[in-house]
Design a binder for this molecule. Structure first.
Ligand SMILES: NC(=O)c1ccc[n+]([C@@H]2O[C@H](COP(=O)([O-])OP(=O)(O)OC[C@H]3O[C@@H](n4cnc5c(N)ncnc54)[C@H](OP(=O)(O)O)[C@@H]3O)[C@@H](O)[C@H]2O)c1
Ligand SMILES: [Zn+2]
Ligand SMILES: [Zn+2]
Length: 338
């Protein structure tokens, strides 16, 4: 089969011919029909994220159709349209026992991170990692649920975003669009921060009450003005450069929570006194649980959350997709259609 292969940091991805996997016991073979390109894939390429596994097929926002079932899996599942949960926890540690597979220390697999993912014609995953998708959600539309929407659902829950909170979404990309909607659904008032007007326009369309242009406006000052001088109760960092982190901290209210979802080469620099006087919290969010993926599918299926797909590309168009993402030229996701 054809697969887009990662060969380690700062080396180009290549389209190659590799063996088509066969489903083992408890597994299913999924014919991939859509796979979103996440900004995290760029972090793999730059080496900022280096999990030490190569060669590897990237792609962790994966949608497809079950084509074959392994031993012990109901044969009736063949033909099902599914979305992939990209973690396969050990199932035995304390984290896994409470469903927090994203924090498992003994992962059996992590598709698109340390195990072959969806930038390929087929992917092999445990049957429990393949969740059914309703027919009215298209393949391309569904792909970003796998990371962009689930990451938003998880981060907003962890941050305890609630009724009447002011939430700043710093970075109007795919995850940011998810967060704008999820924060709104949880009762928050949303301020989206970004640089590209078309992305801020999209954020407004999805429920942001205010938008702030980073670079052109003093973000912390604007957020304080909008919030009557108090600042935001929650700031989600999807960019996390030195400049944006300073603005994020400056925008935070007393008892405010700064939540890292994104990261860059830069380090967080903050004097503890700045946090102490306002009892502020710096925290972070990674991935999601299987239950949160199911909830995310429901949100999109019910029309309460929309995914934003800028374009679809054939598998061989992967480099165009990555380049466009790197340039900031995409409003939402580029989705590969293998
Ligand atoms: N923790 C997790 O579980 C998790 C999951 C998924 C993704 N992530 C991470 O979260 C981050 C966002 O991912 P994504 O896929 O949403 O990326 P994305 O689609 O590229 O969105 C990020 C957006 O940030 C904006 N931006 C860049 N520099 C900015 C600045 N200085 N000020 C304001 N806005 C700026 C860009 O738009 P402009 O054109 O407006 O600059 C860009 O569209 C990445 O670091 C990714 O690795 C983490
Ligand atoms: Zn992702
Ligand atoms: Zn575990």
């Amino acid at each position: 089969m054809r697969a887009v292969r990662y060969h380690g940091p700062r080396r180009p991805l290549t389209l190659e011919s590799v063996a088509t996997p066969a489903p083992g016991p408890g597994e299913v073979l999924v014919r991939v029909t859509a796979a979103g390109i996440c900004h995290t894939d760029l972090h793999f390429l730059s080496g900022l994220l280096d999990l030490g596994v190569a060669p590897l097929t990237l792609g962790h926002e994966v949608v497809g159709r079950i084509e074959r079932t392994g031993e012990g899996v109901a044969a009736s599942r063949a033909g099902e349209r599914v979305i992939v949960y990209y973690y396969a926890g050990c199932g035995a540690c304390e984290r896994c026992l409470v469903g927090d597979e994203n924090l498992c220390d003994a992962l059996r697999a992590e598709y698109g991170f340390v195990s072959d993912g969806g930038f390929a014609e087929w992917v092999r995953v445990p049957a429990r990692n393949a969740l059914p998708l309703p027919a009215h959600v298209s393949d391309a539309e569904a792909a970003p649920i796998g990371c962009a929407v689930t990451t938003a659902v998880h981060a907003a829950a962890l941050a305890g975003v609630g009724l009447g909170d002011w939430a700043v979404i710093f970075g109007a990309g795919a995850v940011g669009f998810g967060l704008v909607q999820v924060a709104r659904l949880r009762g928050a008032r949303v301020i989206a921060v970004g640089r590209t007007p078309a992305k801020l326009e999209k954020a407004r369309e999805l429920g942001a009450e205010h938008t702030v242009r980073a670079g052109a406006e003093d973000v912390a000052k604007r957020v304080r003005e909008i919030t009557g001088g108090h600042g935001a109760n929650v700031v989600f960092e999807l960019v996390a450069t030195k400049e944006t982190m300073e603005a994020s901290l400056g925008a935070l209210a007393k008892r405010g929570r700064l939540v890292f979802v994104g990261y860059s080469e830069d380090r967080l620099q903050v004097h503890p006194i700045q946090l102490v006087v306002g009892e502020q919290v710096v925290t972070a969010s990674v991935g999601c649980t299987l239950a949160e993926l199911r909830r995310s599918v429901e949100l999109v299926a019910d029309g309460r959350v929309r995914t934003v797909v800028d374009r679809t590309l054939p598998l061989e168009g992967f480099q165009d997709g990555l380049d466009a993402l790197q340039r900031g030229a995409l409003v939402g996701r580029a989705v590969l259609i293998p």
